[in-house]
Write a protein that binds this ligand. Structure first.
Ligand code: NOJ
Ligand code: CA
Length: 558
């Protein structure tokens, strides 16, 4: 086994350059500003920063409509600023991964403009056309309720073009070998500028067959292997983190049976069932989802997350399950989106209740995988539901009590800063939280530090154990002769559980609490009696603190 797969145990922090920090006072975040906040991110302890799209773009879908893959949008800086940033991150030991958005381009991209104006253009076949209106033109929208169709007529081309997402995002014909070659060229370009890999957008759509005649799209998984091969050759430690909201039965197609496709995938199955479990105060749906996604190649890893840049997509739950998550976390229609999700940020969903927020994050950090955080969540930032669609959860980072939260000196920030109510920047900001040892920011910093000292989570085998209480989840990890145990009470009522630890006889007798003094000694019958308050959580090392001396150098050995 290769020991230095950094992503197996990573903490990834997702941010958007335009709302993070504005250095030149024009109201738009930029690379110069982000660079000055690298010490903050380094202090928080993140392994990698995931940048949402920052390439040239009309910006009609948060930058996911790219008009030039080889430029930084001038509003954020220059390629020079970008390289200064990746260099500065590297000096601090922080990696950078960036979005790779190649399912579609902006309709303003020169390729599309050439393609639509000239049937003989070399780029004509880079997009997906139909002379007649396809029969399924109003099927398969990703943003139902907002997006009206998946095919639009383009008067210049005198043909219909396919767009899986908004109509200003024409799909690339990814089966075209020239398009495939260009995708590799884009990856090679950014690798050369210092990134450690990519979060690949909309992967199932990228690899699907597309066209007016395509009734049932077929995934061309071999494309994933080709991308992986290219990347690994250009830079051995670079990774792809796939955005693929797929069923557990197809997971292995994305990872590759021998781990030769995607390095990482977001675990949407666990994400949706986790929110259902939180809504019901019942750990069982989460246990099932963990079991369903347990099998993956040794070199692969899950990205575990709570909220991301989009809505909380609950499309994989049953209607009844979804209804109960809506009722618990987003009861008003304005809180919901696309007939399947909730668009709020985490803290308001959990009523700003510190116990629930800590428990949810503690859970995320201890689930089998690498953790993916979203900017501002370390402060408990809120949302602005007056903004359309997903913009509500993309407001500027709240740095201080200075005007506009210290995000910008301009009076016109790119998106309004949250300035009133319990999540306003005078209450919720990094400067104040840094000074307060008990703040969520300092809690997050401590929990990340502890997470990094428990590599069992990223590398080990795990088992979720019966606790006798449906609200309590207990997960035990084993890796190289070391054991760790995590217990979470998803319910509001206190619970007492009796637990038999799996670690071998002897070492299982003592549980050292990693976060407080409340350790546990097994009863005479070998079981541990643990009392958890409502929303309580415990991180235990099994056996004594001399575990490091017992750690083996190889897997599967004692
Ligand atoms: C997924 C991204 O997360 C989302 O924000 C975007 O709108 C779509 N892909 C289309 O690129
Ligand atoms: Ca700026």
């Amino acid at each position: 086994m290769i020991n230095d797969l950094w992503y197996k145990n990573a903490v990834i922090y997702c941010l958007s350059v335009d709302t993070y920090m504005d250095a030149n006072g024009d109201g738009i975040g930029d690379f110069a500003g982000l660079m000055r906040r690298l010490d903050y991110l380094h202090g928080l302890g993140v392994t990698a920063i995931w940048l949402m799209p920052f390439q040239s773009s009309p910006g009609r879908d948060g930058g996911y409509d790219i008009s030039d893959y080889y430029q930084v949008d001038p509003r954020y800086g220059t390629l020079g600023d970008f390289v200064e940033f990746t260099h500065a991150a590297k000096q601090r030991g922080v990696r950078v991964i960036i979005d790779l958005v190649v399912n579609h381009t902006s309709d303003q991209h020169a390729w599309f403009q050439s393609a639509r104006h000239d049937p003989k253009s070399p780029y004509r076949d880079w997009y997906v056309w139909s002379k007649k209106r396809p029969r399924n033109a109003n099927k398969g929208m990703v943003f139902p309720g907002v997006q009206k169709s998946t095919w639009n007529f383009d008067p210049a081309a005198r043909a219909w073009y396919f767009h899986r997402f908004y109509d200003f995002q024409p799909d690339l014909n990814t089966s075209n070998l020239h398009v495939q070659a260009e995708i590799l060229k884009i990856m090679g370009f950014w690798i050369q500028l210092g990134v450690s890999g990519f979060r690949m957008d909309a992967v199932p759509f990228v690899i699907s067959t597309k066209g007016a005649q395509v009734r049932k799209p077929v995934e061309q998984y071999e494309m994933l292997r080709a991308m992986r091969e290219f990347l690994q050759w250009r830079q051995g430690d670079a990774i792809i983190l796939a955005e693929a909201n797929v069923l557990p039965s197809t997971d292995m197609n994305y990872f590759g049976r021998s781990g030769d496709r995607m390095h990482m995938m977001f675990n949407f199955q666990v994400n949706q069932h986790l929110f259902y479990a939180l809504a019901k105060g019942d750990a069982r749906p989460l246990r099932h989802a963990l079991k369903a996604t347990q099998r993956l190649p040794k070199t692969a890893q899950w990205g575990m997350f709570l909220r991301n840049n989009d809505e909380l997509d609950l499309g994989r739950l049953t209607k009844k399950q979804r209804e109960s998550v809506f009722a618990a976390f987003g009861p008003e229609p304005a809180m919901q989106l696309y007939e399947r999700g909730i668009r709020r940020r985490l803290a308001p969903m959990l009523d700003g209740d510190r116990r629930r927020i800590e428990m949810a994050y503690s859970l995320m950090f201890t689930l089998p995988g690498a953790a993916v955080l979203r900017y501002g969540d370390e402060l408990g930032m809120g949302d602005d539901l007056s903004l359309p669609e997903r913009q509500c959860a993309r407001t500027p980072m709240q740095w201080s009590t200075e005007p506009n939260a210290g995000f910008t000196k301009s009076e016109n920030p790119i998106l309004p800063v949250i300035h009133e109510g319990p999540y306003g920047y005078d209450h919720v900001n990094a400067a104040a939280q840094r000074r307060d040892p008990e703040s969520l920011l300092n809690w997050t910093e401590r929990i990340i530090r502890m997470r990094k000292e428990v590599p069992e989570i990223g590398w080990g085998r795990f088992e979720s154990m019966a606790t006798g209480e449906s609200s309590v989840l207990a997960i035990e990890y084993e890796w190289r002769n070391n054991w760790a145990l995590f217990v979470h009470n998803l319910g509001s009522a206190p619970r007492e559980i009796l637990l038999t630890v799996k670690a071998p006889e002897g070492s299982g007798k003592l549980l050292i609490n990693l976060l407080s003094e409340d350790h546990s000694q097994a009863q005479a019958d070998g079981r541990h009696r643990l009392l958890l308050e409502g929303y309580g959580y415990r991180w235990y090392r099994v056996g004594g603190l001399d575990y490091l001396l017992k750690r083996s150098d190889i897997d599967g050995s004692t």
